[in-house]
Design a protein around this ligand. Structure first.
Ligand code: HQG
Length: 180
């Protein structure tokens, strides 16, 4: 079984297009594992997939993308479905990071860091993670340092993603500073 492909399929179903699988996310993004498996079994590619495969894919993935609990599964972050997934608000660390392409930095500083096609802005807990995120867009990405403490004190909401990914609402440019 191709674990990377299965992980991508899970992300597509749980972040972007649950209706294509006949699934409906609850307000926190959960769906029943049983329903998800039933629907995967209808395709040739995933007709053999079992719950143990889901656990393995989640545990061995280099990123903590999905969570299984009490017979339900969800994506930790990344959602683009039209109905907003409720994430848990939390006080962020003093500083967070965002890795992006150099060509977008001036627009970001002017318009703020926006969620774009997703429901929330995605921030990284550490520079290494931000670099990996940014390299998806630019071989020499720009790291923006986010003054999360000040933004939070000023009323911008932050939310828990996983241990390395934080989520937030739009962050105006005055809280952002390119690293270096
Ligand atoms: C940029 C992956 C112009 C923003 C990653 C980013 C992450 C602006 C892009 C997670 C802008 C959106 C999310 C503005 C923001 N003007 N560009 N005002 N505001 N942008 O993919 O944060 O592997 O939706 O800088 O590792 O890159 O899928 O967000 O480059 O954790 O699990 O608009 O997805 O995780 O891109 O990545 P994305 P992201 P997975």
């Amino acid at each position: 079984m191709n674990d990377t492909k299965l992980s991508k399929e899970l992300s597509y179903a749980l972040r972007h297009a649950p209706w294509e699988y006949g699934l409906e996310l609850d307000e926190e993004g959960w769906v029943s594992v049983e329903q998800l498996l039933d629907c995967l079994h209808q395709t040739e590619q995933w007709k053999e997939v079992q719950e143990a495969d889901l656990h393995r894919v989640i545990e061995t993935s280099e990123k903590k993308r999905h969570e299984i609990r009490d017979g339900k599964i969800r994506a930790y972050y990344g959602h683009s479905v039209p109905v907003k997934i409720q994430k848990e608000p939390a006080q962020p660390p003093e500083v967070l990071y965002h890795g992006t392409a150099r060509k977008w930095v001036s627009a970001i500083l002017q318009q703020g860091l926006q969620p774009k096609n997703r429901q929330y802005v995605h921030l990284s807990q550490d520079i290494e993670t931000a670099l990996a995120v940014g390299r998806r867009r630019d071989h020499q990405p720009c790291i923006l340092v986010v003054n999360a403490k000040k933004a939070w004190e000023d009323g911008i909401a932050f939310y828990l993603g996983n241990e390395t990914v934080w989520l937030s609402d739009t962050i105006p440019g005055r809280y952002l500073k390119p690293l270096l």
